[in-house]
Write a protein that binds this ligand. Sequence first.
Ligand code: PMP
Length: 454
Amino acid sequence: MLSNSLIELDRAHLIHPVASWRGHEKAGVRMLTSAKGATVTDANGKTLIDGFAGLWCVNAGYGQETVIEAATRQLRELPYATGYFGLGSEPPIRLAARLADLAPGDLKHVYFTLGGSDAVDSTVRFARYYWTARGLPQKDQFISLEQGYHGSSTVGAGLTALPVFHAGFGLPMDWQHKIPSHYTYRNPVGSDPAAIIAASVAQLRAKVQEIGGAERVAAFYAEPIQGSGGVLVPPAGWMKAMRDVCTELDILFIADEVITGFGRTGPLFACAEDGIVPDMMTCAKGLTSGYVPMGAVFLSDRLYQVIADHAGAAAVGHGFTYSAHPVSAAVGLAVLDLYEGGLLENGRKMGARLQAGLAGLADHPLVGDVRGRGMLAAVELVTDKALKTPLPAAALPSQRIFDRAWENGLVIRAFGNGVLGYAPPLCCTEAEIDGIVERTRLTLDQTLEDADVR
Ligand code: PMP
């Protein structure tokens, strides 16, 4: 059992991310104590299937011995080396080279960060520097999508379009603009893929005009699948169409693959499946499978050369103490071995099973939409299927559904608007995938009994 003293210490001293501080004080912490494969165990000794891989990050699953060994070895040999002063260490060099080899097109240059938010921040800095280098410093406006998520640092949270990240924080900044999401289930133009793509293209062009033309716009950001906005999957061809507009207007196209990277949707990078090469690409999460923190920015060779030439003998003034951390990179290499050694393949098989299983829930009275790709999925709940009426006001039913799923031995993400998110580890077995689907159905059946969702 979780001791009361730990609950008290947590309540008194530990601030939790994106939480109601008062609500958390009241509810108290729910602690995990161990994990193996695709399951986690809580402080009461209850074992659950982790249908969300932590925070969509433990792609390789828990307890992978080769990863643990790689980290331990690196901690003993050289726990830290700075990349400043021309110094370096072997793991990040090897990891950058392997990633450059695996990334789409000419994304040959890798800048390692600590996570996704500072990877996104780094792209803003590189984009500004690039346009300055090209003699176009007035290209300083940035566009992203409604329902998009690009981190929680000040710059990233401004590109993020979720209101809770803005209210009270003075965001977004005046150079950060949004256009509507493709959100197929609730798109005003309907669900026809060609119409949705045409609308997004028109909205991007219109926003560029509104800002003052392409000569003012630095970059456009898109997640290949919008994660934190509710797992919103664009129609096939959407990424390509947006990439093409950016190419035509000479605006940088930045793909945020923090969630979709590293096998989450099937291939190593979702951009490959979309058939596009972005100018920059951000990653984190699955890069180290959450064992230790690390993110990365991939730069196209074209960008890299312009920046390098402009700086010449001067430093490009961007760096963190923990850029290219050797322990994180050693973990990254070990995790990459696992992906290439069969995990990606298992993830693809299990992803097909997950999508088929969740699609089978469409007959449930509460299920309005089932969507996803590979091991990334969502079930959107409604109280009236024809009217697509969302579940009543935010947090309460969602928290109840999360709690119930937990009771039923399943960890899911319950978004405030009644969307259930799934991102299980790629190492799941067939039985675990089936368990995710069965426990979801049980949870929905129980929820149907609630007066406020009937
Ligand atoms: N971009 C995307 C698409 C993300 O999903 C996230 C995290 N959920 C981030 C950026 C920020 O990453 P981090 O939380 O590691 O800073």
